[in-house]
Structure formats: structure tokens, C-alpha cells
Write a protein that binds this ligand. Sequence first.
Ligand SMILES: C[S@@+](CC[C@H](N)C(=O)[O-])C[C@H]1O[C@@H](n2cnc3c(N)ncnc32)[C@H](O)[C@@H]1O
Length: 266
Amino acid sequence: MQINYQETTKDLLARIDIHEKYGARNIDQWTTEVLQPKPGMKILDVGCGAGKQCFLYSDYSKHQADITGGDFSNELLDKARAKNAERGDKCKFMFLDFNERFVFEDNTFDLVSSAFAIYYASNLDFTFGEAHRVLKPGGRLFVTGPLPENKKMFYDIIKEATNKPIPPMPGSSRFKGDIYKTIEGKFSKTELLTFENPLTFPEVAPFMDYVRASLSEDRKLWTSMFKDHDEYEALISEIEKVATRWFKRDGKLVMTKVVGGILATK
Ligand SMILES: C[S@@+](CC[C@H](N)C(=O)[O-])C[C@H]1O[C@@H](n2cnc3c(N)ncnc32)[C@H](O)[C@@H]1O
């Protein structure tokens, strides 16, 4: 399956910022509680974006772990490298396309992780086969992604605004099903953990910032809903009308992120 998906730096960073400002819980804390990355560990983060998880692991391991982040967006890799230099950190960032063979030897890593990324893989069997291959025996894989209940309010508002079905989201539709099954088939032990984070918007504006950072013309997942810039703006304004109605009715807008974490051991 070929998935037409492209993340932009601006949108990704906007969404991360909104999660941090309006979320009741912190996904980073949950991630480190689950993984407890230790000094000396060799870690690969796949689809590392601007390096969020790499820096988290680095801080938690007191900068004593050997951390590599891989992504196929050179723009995001540049951001990650700039932040790495600014922090005086020693994470490594490299080009990695998870639809191609990983450049590492067998049995290299103690931990391979991927946050909101690897589930876009074209061939799950191949990509998770690669993750398995580069892990040491006993090494762990941790993959996070949206569960079907994720952001229900966000999709409900868009449905009400458009009267159209939401385009298929490869993340949430595949995560608990095909992806879990693929991993379970390759690893000796697999479990599904969940993390819920309600985002409470005290005004409509930051919610609309989130909507724009999700539907932006550059994110190809949504393009069945608009053909050009004018249609995009018309769609945004319909969504804003519904969001404003909901806000007046409820006094706030609450969107709950429901995230799954598949933790598997080789
Ligand atoms: C939603 S972002 C998550 C980034 C980061 N893990 C985070 O949580 O901030 C998804 C990432 O997957 C990357 N990505 C998408 N397809 C990829 C591919 N085929 N190979 C490597 N990275 C890919 C994107 O460039 C983007 O950085």
C-alpha cells in the first residue's frame, strides 16, 4: 500500500506546541516511564522528525545513551541537528526511509522506537522485519500511534461542518489491527499500552490552529476535502462555525488524544 503522506515542519511543531500547552498529561513522561532509557543503551528512533524522542531519551539517560534518529525529511533532520548543537548533545541524525532496508547490522540496538511515524510504512511486514533485525535479542520495540477513539471530537466537528466522511487515516485504522498483528507475529512478547490526554481549549482560536496544523494543504491525507486554496479556506471557515457553536454550548472544547503504545521484545 502506497500512502501519500507528507509532514511539514511547521505543522508538526505547531501540533507539538498545542499538545504541550493544552494537554492535561505529558506523553514524554509516559514514554520514559515505559521505556526507562538507560546510560549505555543503543537506541534508534525511526521517523524522528525534529528529534523530540531522541532528546527525551538523551535527557533521561543523562546524555549517556548512544542515540540515533532517522527520518526521510531533510528539513526536519536539519532542525534536529540544529537543536542537537544548541543543546551540546551528541545524538546522531541521519536520513532513513523506513520503506527501504535499514543501513544497520543485525542485532545492533537495545531499543527501536517510533512515535507517530512508522505506521505509515508501505509494507508493514518488511518495515517491522527491519526493526526486528536491527534489534539485539531481548531488545525492545516501542511504537506509538493513534487508537480509533483518538480525537473523536475533532472528527465529529469536521463531519458536522462538511457532511462528508472523514478520509481514511492510515494511522488509527491500522494501528490496533494490522500493525499490532504484524509485530506480534515477529516478536516473542507483545503488549498494547494506552495513554489518554484530554486537551482543553479555553477559546476557539487555538483549536482552529490545531485544525489548520492537521488539515494544511501540505498534509496530503486530507486533500479529498478540498481542491485548492479557496476550497481549503472555505472548509476551515465551516469548521470554525461549528467549533464556535460547540464552544458556546459547552463553554470549552475538549479533544482527547487516545494513543496506543505497542511494546514488543525480540
Ligand atoms: C507525525 S511526525 C512524528 C515525528 C516525531 N516522531 C515526533 O513525535 O515529533 C511523522 C514523521 O514520520 C516521518 N516519515 C514519514 N514517512 C517516512 C519514511 N518513509 N521514512 C522515514 N520517516 C518518515 C516524517 O518525515 C515525520 O517526521
